[in-house]
Design a protein around this ligand. Structure first.
Ligand SMILES: [Zn+2]
Length: 92
C-alpha cells in the first residue's frame, strides 16, 4: 500500500490527527515515552471505532516510520495532515 492508502485505512479506524494530538500531549511532546505504543493503545480503547485492532493500527504507524508513541506524536503529524488534505481533495 502507498501512504495515501495507508492513511485511508487508518482513518477508517480512528482520527489520525486526533491520535497525533493525543500522543503529543500524553508523551509531553516526546519527553515521556517508554518507547512502546501504550498511549496509542489507550487512544484506541477510548476513541477508535469499536473492534479496531491495535496491532493493525501499529503496523500502519510503523510503515509510516513511527515505532512508538513519541515517534508518532513528533514525526508523523505534519505528514498525516498533508495526507488528510490530499484525501479530502480526492473525495470532492
Ligand atoms: Zn518513544
Amino acid at each position: 500500500m502507498n501512504e495515501l492508502e495507508l492513511y485511508r485505512q487508518l482513518r477508517l479506524w480512528l482520527d489520525p490527527i486526533g491520535l497525533c494530538a493525543y500522543l503529543g500531549r500524553r508523551t509531553q511532546h516526546g519527553k515521556r515515552c517508554d518507547h512502546t505504543f501504550r498511549y496509542t493503545e489507550e487512544y484506541i480503547a477510548k476513541y477508535a471505532v469499536e473492534e479496531t485492532q491495535a496491532a493493525e493500527v501499529e503496523r500502519i504507524l510503523i510503515e509510516f516510520g513511527g515505532n512508538c508513541d513519541c515517534e508518532v506524536g513528533l514525526n508523523l503529524c505534519s505528514r498525516l495532515s498533508e495526507l488528510g488534505a490530499i484525501a479530502d481533495m480526492e473525495n470532492e
